[in-house]
Design a protein around this ligand. Sequence first.
Ligand code: BGC
Length: 457
Amino acid sequence: MRTAPRYRARGSGLRRGLATLATSVLALGMMFGASSPATGAASPKARVDNPYVGAKPYVNPEWSAKAKADGGSAVANQPTFVWLDRIAAIEGVNGGMGLRDHLDAALSQGATLFQMVVYDLPGRDCSALASNGELGPDDLPRYKSEFIDPIAAILSDTKYANLRIVAVIEIDSLPNLITNTAGRPGGTQLCQTMKDNGGYVNGIGYALAKLGAIGNVYNYIDAAHHGWIGWDDNFTASATLFAQAARASGSTVNNVHGFITNTANYSALKEPYFTVNDTVNGTTVRQSKWVDWNRYVDELSFAQAFRQQLISAGFSSSIGMLIDTSRNGWGGSARPTGPGPKTSVDAYVDGGRVDRRIHPGNWCNQSGAGLGERPKAAPATGIDAYVWAKPPGESDGASKEIPNDEGKGFDRMCDPTYGGNPLNGNNPSGALGDAPLAGHWFSAQFKQLLQNAYPPL
Ligand code: BGC
């Protein structure tokens, strides 16, 4: 979600044939009140191919209430992810719901699918400051024993065995080790440290192994977005590193059900008015300032292609992708209604693109954004679901320094007066002003997301 590399890195058809059968068998079992094969001790084979198909997802009542109170009744019943963003979140912070409270609420809603983000790696968010976490670079032992182990203990309670639990594993982490280590433009020492000390790779391997041992948990690793790892070098190197992490700490690639792209980012799902193969007067759009030699111009094409790359890197051919469409709608009155003029590649791309960010490396509280596709199961080939992982209305980061005990820093990419850095081509941040800390409710942003929703509400 956060940092994009801003140097120029130039550079299913037969999906799961037996899956339908497995789904029907499970559905039959459930229909007749038999216990689901997906119980705590069950083998991973008991999992269904696509956990979203036929499922009733949990609606987080805390998010729902905020959305409703802020004019969002039209979307307040949409399922959003529960973020476990610190150790205390397992029990609940500031009187809010903890993991068990949410799971119990899911059961009372009659939900069959629960979605959560596991987000507390040591040295978290190494390239940005807005979501620096509570654990220091050397805190891998605490990550295991105080964060992952307690989560696994709760999720393996047989009471929850009939819930399909989607766990998104550690957003923004592994891609940072590819693009933002020391010595790279805009790179940081903390990313270098987390690469050198193995904290991310081993932490993720541990989380995958622990959660993957629970038969009804579906692990999806975060896979950044097209404006981060869509360049050739980053694309293949990321898939290789993901496979390495999936085999770390005693895990195997079989603990990975799929991947998620665009988590908390703003990349458009589809650019309807240009493709990466277009040329203008013989010049490829890849040479435009916006595309900047990227191989992909939108998330759907990227997610489908990256899935193939992941399979080549050793993941199962049955993996599925999720795409976070919570805030990538880019509707409203400023949305282009046709292609740009063919006077130059820049005029063509800038006039036709629906993603209206100043630069694709901008990631914080983007001005002009709207809600994207509503959550939907099996929307396209290789895609398990469009999901709302980032709960719309929750800030990406504070636009100025705000003292806090959540490990949240002040990242100037959230400051509308900032002129940028190499990671966004030294462009303005495009962030909305007066933003609260990451994760806190940002009413003005939520209202803009409603207004610019696409598809419209
Ligand atoms: C924050 C988390 C928050 C999440 C979802 C992240 O940027 O760091 O605290 O839970 O966003 O809004």
